[in-house]
Ligand binder design. Structure first.
Ligand SMILES: Cc1cc2nc3c(=O)[nH]c(=O)nc-3n(C[C@H](O)[C@H](O)[C@H](O)COP(=O)(O)OP(=O)(O)OC[C@H]3O[C@@H](n4cnc5c(N)ncnc54)[C@H](O)[C@@H]3O)c2cc1C
Length: 453
């Protein structure tokens, strides 16, 4: 074999269920195809920067194709803002390249350490889903190495079924090797942010329903520990990129300057339980009190507004060796009451989370397995606790009952029997997938755990 391969223990960002795989450092499309064709019964799957929380980019006993081995921008059209990049290119690189030219990524998650391939495969969303939809909506075309080892050109107009099955397809339709993305024009690199402190969940949900349409970006941080009349108290931040004139009038000499910072990473020796209910309660109290009750037009950097967690490298180590999980669901607008009952149950149950985020989604796209659909989405990081499984199982049932679903890119524990109800177009996706991969070469720990294929 002409491709370097290393046996490695791989985990997702939550570090809960590491497994061993042969990681192939393929650089060219031919090398990617060689690994696909060499995959035995345990198969192969692509991996980006491992920011999926669970087991989606792991493949116990099989091959994993390392994304960052194939990174770099290959074409930029400054007139249209279209960028072509190898699939292992990170959103961080796209931002560093394009912000000085007056373009930002169309969608960014809470970390910029995510690859183009991972962004397509999970059809990621950001704080602007209600305005811009998810990542797949901004992909003009991509190339995929399929299960026959052939490179296919996919686009929403020429090959809609294959394109949309790959968007949100969790790496199970093939290996994305490059893609062309439509970037969003910006007048400056600063975001004009309005902050509102909401006394409880009802207030924040009302503010979001009444006002989100006036903003490009919106997100609420929720204190999940607060109880009684303060249950669900929140800090709501909404904004849009400031225009050039505003920033220049404020004294900026380079309105498109972009220079993110990084603090040192925590050592890998934190005991499990350091982030416990007491420490999270203290953090949440401080965080809530530090936020202004109401502030308008504050200019914030891209890093501060979109990626505050990236300032600390490998912050997932703070949860210790037991790790943590992320639970994220979406339910339709009509199930707003279910968001209330969930927050109430979590708050009463003693589950603690310092990262609980509420957003509103606009309509979903054509991808059968894409997560976002119109309604409310709540995402929580939760330290692993013995009693957590039963509680989340019950809450999953409520999500299904409300016509919602959980996010596969963040899952590590949902019961597989719930997946067809959560993703009712699963069989349609399987039919397209089977055509792209007739011999069943693409597998992951996630696909086996949830019986996706
Ligand atoms: C702090 C933090 C905040 C986050 N915030 C958000 C958020 O706001 N919104 C959101 O949507 N997500 C969010 N995420 C999740 C993250 O955006 C997704 O899991 C994303 O897919 C990770 O990309 P990655 O490059 O790390 O891919 P990985 O985690 O390595 O892989 C993710 C999936 O993509 C597939 N894949 C990767 N590369 C390829 C390829 N070349 N070809 C085919 N398949 C491939 C993998 O098989 C896997 O199924 C967050 C994650 C973290 C850690």
């Amino acid at each position: 074999m002409n491709v370097p391969v290393e046996r490695r223990l791989l985990a997702g960002w939550g570090r809960t269920a590491p497994t061993e795989a042969d990681v192939a450092l393929a650089v060219t499309n031919e090398q990617v195809a060689e690994i696909v064709m060499a995959a035995g019964t345990r198969g192969v799957v692509g991996r980006g920067l491992g920011r999926g929380y669970g087991d989606c980019a792991q493949n116990s006993g099989g091959f994993v194709l390392d994304g960052p081995s194939r990174s770099g921008i290959t074409d930029i059209d400054l007139a249209t803002g279209e960028v072509t990049a190898l699939a292992g290119t990170s959103i961080d690189e796209l931002i560093r390249w394009m912000v000085p030219f007056g373009y930002f990524v169309p969608v960014t998650p809470g970390t910029r350490q995510v690859t183009v391939g991972g962004a397509i495969a999970a059809d990621i969303h950001g704080k602007n889903h209600h305005v811009k939809g998810s990542w797949g909506n901004h992909v003009s075309s991509m190339r995929l190495v399929d299960g026959r080892g052939e490179v296919r050109d996919l686009s929403p107009s020429a090959t809609p079924s294959e394109f949309w099955a790959t968007v949100g397809g969790m790496g199970l339709t093939g290996v994305i090797v490059d893609a062309t993305i439509k970037m969003t024009p910006i007048g400056s690199s600063l975001v004009s942010v309005d902050t509102d402190r909401a006394a409880n969940l009802d207030e924040v949900m009302r503010l979001m329903v009444e006002g989100d349409a006036d903003y490009d970006y919106s997100v609420a941080w929720i204190d999940l520990i607060a109880k009684g009349s303060a249950m669900g108290r929140s800090i709501l931040q909404r904004g849009q990129f400031a225009d050039r004139a505003t920033v220049v009038a404020g004294g900026a000499s380079d309105p498109l300057a972009y220079a993110p910072h990084k603090l040192p990473s925590p050592p890998d020796v934190f005991p499990s339980g350091l982030l416990n209910r007491a420490s999270i309660k203290a953090f949440n109290e401080l965080w809530f009190r530090m936020a202004p009750v109401r502030r308008r037009d504050e200019l914030q950097s891209i890093e501060k507004f979109f990626h505050p967690l990236d300032m600390v490298d490998a912050w997932n180590r703070l949860y210790g060796p037991r790790g943590f999980l992320q639970w994220q669901f979406v339910v339709p607008d009509s199930a707003g009451e279910m968001v209330r009952s969930t927050v109430e149950r979590l708050s009463k149950s003693g589950v603690s989370s310092f990262l609980a985020v509420l957003k509103r989604f606009g309509p979903g796209n054509d991808s059968p397995l894409s997560f976002p659909s119109a309604g409310w989405t709540l995402a929580l990081d939760i330290p692993i606790l013995p009693e957590l499984g039963r509680l989340l199982d019950d809450l999953d049932d409520d999500v299904v009952g409300a016509g919602g679903r959980i996010y596969l890119a963040k899952d590590s524990r949902v019961r597989p029997e719930l997946i067809p109800a959560m993703y009712p177009r699963l069989d349609e996706w399987r039919r397209v997938r089977d055509k792209l991969d007739p011999e069943g070469r693409f597998h992951s720990d996630l696909s086996r755990r949830l019986h996706l294929i």
